[in-house]
Design a protein around this ligand. Structure first.
Ligand SMILES: NC(=O)c1ccc[n+]([C@@H]2O[C@H](COP(=O)([O-])OP(=O)(O)OC[C@H]3O[C@@H](n4cnc5c(N)ncnc54)[C@H](O)[C@@H]3O)[C@@H](O)[C@H]2O)c1
Length: 452
């Protein structure tokens, strides 16, 4: 507990108690039911998918259909864009009915699903989570839980009131390096963690893609701290077994948006394509053509939007100073136009230090994709790689491990990789608090935002 801060105290102690105590592996997540209970005649779990874009069609569509077809069946799809949804239906390989967003209630009534899976644009997650639970259906939703504090409050209140089960899919917890770091910290070899230095780099493929898409606008994703950053902010609270209490953040838009010397609406047909370093030829990407360009007539969504559009309003350069309820301090940064992708993190402990780094596409040679180094005080330093994950697949094998835990459960969870909804709420609340801090130029306390 940070004795320096007038805001820390009993409330934060209660928060720690509620999550099972600092540094302990927490119990089964609230949403971690045993094996999902089917109610359909087929004996398989009846699922509907809301949001049939890239993530929905692939990870939560085709992959589920191919790998879990013995335990679940798709009974409905829902999206604002009928053309995209029709392409998605073929891509997933199902033949279930399709519904527009305004027909969501009708879909639930007609298809009687056991689970609603939500993979829409971020800012609509909370609306569908709450409506599905109101209609008596359990929910699996992509992160982030929500894009502002009122939505978070509504989700938690609705979950409590309806008693429905909600799983927010914090898949990065299932990455091999995430698990290795968790084990080292839990072993207490480097003692009690006092502070964390964490830098995340998004490259001109991954990071730039956000500025071509809906992620460039706060109204759709809160900010990149929520949409992308909440992955990393969730990892930290999981590794530490601590809840964020306070943040002071800064953010700037330094490379994209109004910083460009020229611009157009999109890359396709852009008069500057010969000289623009960010030019991306969407016509060479079959998936993007099928799912987005050929479906533009429905909703006007442009997949290859110009990264220099003047109305882009998220930051590409962000730093956070965070205090956790345990007194641990963190400095964190997220940069979205880097020449290579990856992260480096250091945990400073009372008995030593843990450094980890993972770079991808870096223009120099490194030993292995991930290096983890333990340096106990007054002893030799040693390095190790992360554990490897059999089968790999999306997000270093994390996606399929997470899906196994949901659909092949119950699966032992000794590292507490399944996030509770309280933790999923805190992951996005820290991002939301950081956004408020940047906008209002002041420190923001999480307890200002939400009643838990
Ligand atoms: N966990 C991860 O690693 C990971 C990776 C990628 C994406 N995601 C998340 O998955 C979600 C989808 O991302 P994506 O990359 O597939 O985006 P996308 O743009 O490809 O797909 C979003 C889909 O939502 C639909 N949609 C938008 N508004 C809607 C509404 N009101 N009602 C119904 N449908 C609506 C769009 O038409 C589109 O089909 C996002 O929340 C994103 O943050 C998570």
């Amino acid at each position: 507990m940070d004795k320096q801060s007038p805001r820390s105290g009993r409330r934060e102690f209660l928060a720690a108690a509620a999550t099972g105590g600092v540094g302990l592996a927490l119990g089964p997540a609230a949403g971690q039911e045993a094996a999902a209970k089917p109610k359909g005649n087929s004996g398989r779990l009846r699922v509907v998918l809301v949001g049939t874009g890239g993530r929905g069609s692939s990870t939560w569509g085709k992959n589920l259909q191919n790998n879990f077809g013995d335990v679940l069946e798709f009974v409905g799809l829902c999206d604002i864009n009928r053309k995209r949804m029709a392409v998605a239906r073929d891509y997933i390989g199902v033949n279930c009915p399709m519904f527009s967003d305004t027909e969501f209630d009708e879909m639930i009534r007609k298809t009687s699903p056991d689970r609603v899976i939500i993979t829409t644009v971020d800012s609509f997650h909370a609306k569908y989570i709450c409506r599905a639970m109101e209609l008596g259906v359990d929910v699996i939703s992509e992160k982030p839980m929500a894009t502002d504090e009122k939505m978070v409050q509504e989700v938690l209140d609705t979950e409590r009131r309806t008693g429905r089960k909600l799983i927010i899919t914090e898949n990065y917890r299932y990455s091999p390096d995430g698990a290795t770091i968790k084990k080292i910290i839990d072993s207490e070899e480097i003692g009690t963690i006092t502070s964390v230095d964490y830098n995340v780099y998004l490259n001109t493929n991954h990071g730039t893609s956000y500025f071509r898409r809906w992620h460039g606008f706060k109204q759709f994703n809160g900010s990149l701290l929520d949409s992308e950053g909440s992955h990393f902010l969730d990892l930290v609270q999981w590794w530490l077994g601590a809840e964020p209490a306070e943040v002071q953040a800064f953010g700037a838009l330094r490379r994209y948006g109004y910083n460009g010397e020229y611009r157009s609406a999109r890359c396709m047909n852009c008069p500057h394509k010969g000289k623009c370093e960010f030019f991306w030829d969407v016509t060479k990407d079959k998936f993007a053509m099928d799912f987005y360009v050929n479906a533009e007539s429905e909703d006007g969504y442009i997949r290859d939007g110009c990264v220099y559009r003047r109305d882009i309003n998220v930051w590409d350069t962000m730093t956070l100073n965070v205090r956790y309820h345990t007194g641990v301090l963190m400095s964190f940064s997220l940069n979205a136009f880097m020449p290579y992708e990856g992260y480096r993190i250091s945990f400073n402990g009372t008995k030593g230090r843990l450094d980890a780094r993972a770079y991808h596409d870096q223009p120099w040679k490194v030993e292995g994709p991930v290096e983890i180094r333990i340096t106990p005080l007054f002893k030799e330093s040693r390095t190790m790689g992360a554990e490897t994950q059999a089968g790999a697949g999306g997000h270093w094998g994390g996606d399929s491990k997470l899906q196994d835990s949901i659909f092949r459960g119950p699966i032992p969870d000794p590292l507490h990789q399944r996030a509770t909804n309280r933790e999923a709420a805190f992951a996005c609340l820290l991002a939301i608090a950081a956004r408020r801090s940047i906008e209002q130029n002041r420190p923001v306390f999480i307890e200002e935002l939400i009643k838990l």
